[in-house]
Design a protein around this ligand. Sequence first.
Ligand SMILES: Nc1ncnc2c1ncn2[C@@H]1O[C@H](COP(=O)(O)OP(=O)(O)O)[C@@H](O)[C@H]1O
Ligand SMILES: [Mg+2]
Length: 276
Amino acid sequence: MAVAAGKIRPSIQPARRQEPTAPKSPPLQQESAGNLASDGKIATGINGLDELVGGGLEQSSTTLVMGEAGCGKTTFLAQFLYNGAVQYGEPGVLLSFEEPSESILKHMKAFGFDFEPLIEENLFAAINYRPHEVKKLVDEGGGLIWDTISSIGAKRLAIDSLTSYAMLFESLYRAREAELMLFELLRKWGCTTLLSAEGLYTDKLKMATGMEYLSDGVIHLHHPRYQASRYRAIEIIKMRGSRHSEKLCPFEFVEGEGLRIYPGETVFYDLKKRDE
Ligand SMILES: Nc1ncnc2c1ncn2[C@@H]1O[C@H](COP(=O)(O)OP(=O)(O)O)[C@@H](O)[C@H]1O
Ligand SMILES: [Mg+2]
């Protein structure tokens, strides 16, 4: 039941729990065309997500995954790339501006995402840009990234995170210019792309950037605190061309699986009253 404003008891509707269907050890190198539905949507590989976004993500679209530190953005991106490769044979590239990719790949092993064999199979590649190198990306027009994408025939790209990318420019004007350039490159590269960004969709800060407007989709990962516990929920803010869910759905981290979303359940809490 919905909770009246002022009482912020987060509650999970006792709805049917949908068990994930993802195979634990799927075969590598499946035919990638098998992942493209007739409406141009591709399955994400994140348990429960496709149901929320109208069947999957549009091929070659760009989706922003927002949320505060620790809400699960990096795991979300890694799961999209890992399952995209092992379940659908779609090679993927991780571009990291923040946490070194070695550290991301090491942490992701706990969820069963072992990227090492994928690197050998040319189904995955990671690129790291350290802060001082970011200008190089703009100067080069993304040459190294395109070389990597084309060398493995990448269909998926994940950038973690766009906040770090934008922060590395000396002025808001330069940051905005760099974002526009990046989105132009993303269109040329043609991958189905996930971008992560720090912050809440409701933050005033969002007005400082154009990421939400440039992206085809915006997904918000919530991690609010109520009394002594925190809760995790996912909300689809925007998904161009899709009839998407308007609900806040709970998700959890599952060892050996990653994020598991429960599309049949609903979480209610008052955004304004969170963390009180
Ligand atoms: N092996 C694990 N099992 C369950 N939860 C985990 C595991 N590893 C990390 N987490 C949870 O995920 C959080 C970090 O997720 P991450 O994807 O790095 O978030 P973000 O990128 O948004 O900061 C951790 O703070 C922890 O709560
Ligand atoms: Mg992260």
